[in-house]
Design a protein around this ligand. Structure first.
Ligand SMILES: *[C@@H]1O[C@H](CO)[C@@H](O)[C@H](O)[C@H]1NC(C)=O
Ligand SMILES: *[C@@H]1O[C@H](CO)[C@@H](O)[C@H](O)[C@H]1NC(C)=O
Length: 330
C-alpha cells in the first residue's frame, strides 16, 4: 500500500498533496476490512485517525527503506484506532500478582545444550492464529497457546482450546473476562476446574458470557505452572528450547507494534517494564546478525507476518519479552 503514492516526490505530504488518492486508499481500506460507521461524526473521526496512522506508516517505511529500521509498518485492521484505544480494548493483561510469585531459575538452563534456533510451528506445537477482536482476552489466548503445545507434546494431537471458557469461567480466580486477566490465573482456573474445553466445543464470542464449561468438551488440563526468572532472556531461551511455546507478556503500547507489518521489530525505546499484552513465544533465531524471538499474537493473520512478529532478542529484554514467562506443567 505504501507504493500507492511513492511516485510523488514528497510522499510525506500525501494528506495535503493528494487527497483524492488518500480518499481512494481510505475507501479501499474500509472495504478490505469490512468497516462501516454509525454516523458522519464517527466516520470523520475514524478517517482522521486513519490518516494520522497513514502518515506514520509512510514516514516509517520510507525511513526503513533508507536503512533506519529493520521492520516495516502497515495499515492493518487496527489502523482506524488510536494507540490509546487499542491499549484499552485489546491489551488486557493484568500484572500485580505474577510479580510477587516467581519460581526462580529455569533449572535445566545450565545443563542443556541449547539449539541456535527453534520454531515450534515446524513441530506442530502451534495452532492457527486467532483474533481476539475487541475484547481484552489476550491473557487467555496466550496461556492456552502454551497449554496447546504441552498437550500436543504429551498426546500427539494439537487441539485448539477455548479462550471463551477462560473469559466466562475464571472470574472467581480474579480474572476479568474481556476487561483483562492474568496468564497465571488462567492456569489457576484450569488446575482448580480440572480441565478446559476445546474451541470447537466452546467457541469464541469476543464478549463476556455465562460460564458454560462442561466435562464433555474437556480437551486439556494442567496440574501446576512455572514462572520463569524475571527479565532473563537466557532462561527464556532454554525454556522455549526444552519445554515448548511459552506464554509471555510484552509492551504493545507503541503504534509501531500495533501497526507492525514485517521484519525484525527492534525499537530501542520499548520499555521492558510497561508490559500490557500477553502473547506466545513459539521460537527464536538469528537474522542478519540480529537475534530474535518468534512470537505469536492474537490479532488475526492480517497483523504482522501472518499473525506473528519477530522481536529483537538479547537487546536488554526489549519490550519486556522475558519479564513474565510462564508455562503450564501437565
Ligand atoms: C455517532 O456514533 C458514535 C459511535 O457509535 C456515537 O458514540 C455517537 O453518539 C454518534 N453521534 C451521533 C451524533 O449520532
Ligand atoms: C510456581 O509458583 C506458583 C505461584 O506461586 C505456584 O502456584 C506453583 O505451584 C509453582 N510451581 C512450581 C513448579 O514450583
Amino acid at each position: 500500500m505504501h507504493i500507492f503514492c511513492a511516485a510523488f516526490p514528497f510522499a510525506l505530504l500525501i494528506p495535503v498533496c493528494c487527497s483524492a488518492a488518500t480518499s481512494q486508499m481510505w475507501e479501499e481500506w474500509k472495504t478490505q476490512h469490512n468497516r462501516g460507521y454509525s454516523n458522519q461524526t464517527e466516520a470523520a473521526l475514524r478517517r482522521a485517525i486513519w490518516e494520522k496512522n497513514l502518515l506514520l506508516v509512510l514516514t516509517h517505511n520510507q525511513e526503513a527503506s533508507a536503512g533506519k529500521h529493520s521492520f516495516v509498518m502497515g495499515l492493518n485492521h487496527l489502523a482506524d484506532m488510536t494507540a490509546e484505544e487499542i491499549n484499552e480494548r485489546l491489551n488486557g493483561l493484568k500484572l500485580e500478582e505474577p510479580l510477587r510469585f516467581r519460581n526462580g531459575t529455569f533449572n535445566d538452563a545450565a545443563s542443556l545444550s541449547i539449539p541456535e534456533s527453534v520454531d515450534w510451528r515446524e513441530r506442530g506445537l502451534v495452532g492457527p492464529v486467532r483474533n481476539q477482536g475487541s475484547c481484552g482476552s489476550c491473557w487467555a489466548f496466550s496461556s492456552l497457546g502454551a497449554l496447546e503445545g504441552q498437550m500436543k507434546k504429551k498426546t500427539g494431537v494439537l487441539i485448539t482450546l477455548s479462550p471463551q471458557n477462560l473469559v466466562d469461567c475464571s472470574i472467581p480466580d480474579r480474572n476479568f473476562g474481556c476487561n483483562g486477566g492474568f496468564i497465571t490465573k488462567s492456569y489457576s482456573y484450569i488446575i482448580r476446574n480440572r480441565g478446559v474445553d476445546s474451541e470447537s466445543f466452546y467457541p469464541y464470542e469476543h464478549q463476556n458470557g455465562k460460564c458454560r464449561y462442561s466435562d464433555k468438551g474437556k480437551a486439556a488440563y494442567c496440574s501446576d505452572l512455572h514462572i520463569l526468572p524475571q527479565g532473563d532472556e537466557a532462561a527464556l531461551q532454554a525454556a522455549v528450547a526444552s519445554v515448548g511455546p511459552i506464554a509471555v507478556a510484552v509492551n504493545a503500547m507503541l503504534s509501531s507494534f500495533q501497526l507492525y507489518k514485517g521484519g525484525l521489530y527492534n525499537v530501542p525505546d520499548c520499555n521492558p517494564v510497561l508490559i500490557n499484552h500477553a502473547v506466545l513465544v513459539v521460537g527464536y533465531g538469528t537474522d542478519g546478525g540480529q537475534d530474535y524471538w518468534l512470537v505469536k499474537n492474537s490479532w488475526g493473520t492480517d497483523w504482522g507476518e501472518g499473525g506473528f512478529i519477530r522481536m529483537a532478542r538479547n537487546k536488554k529484554n526489549l519490550c519486556g519479552i522475558a519479564t513474565l514467562g510462564v508455562y503450564p506443567i501437565l
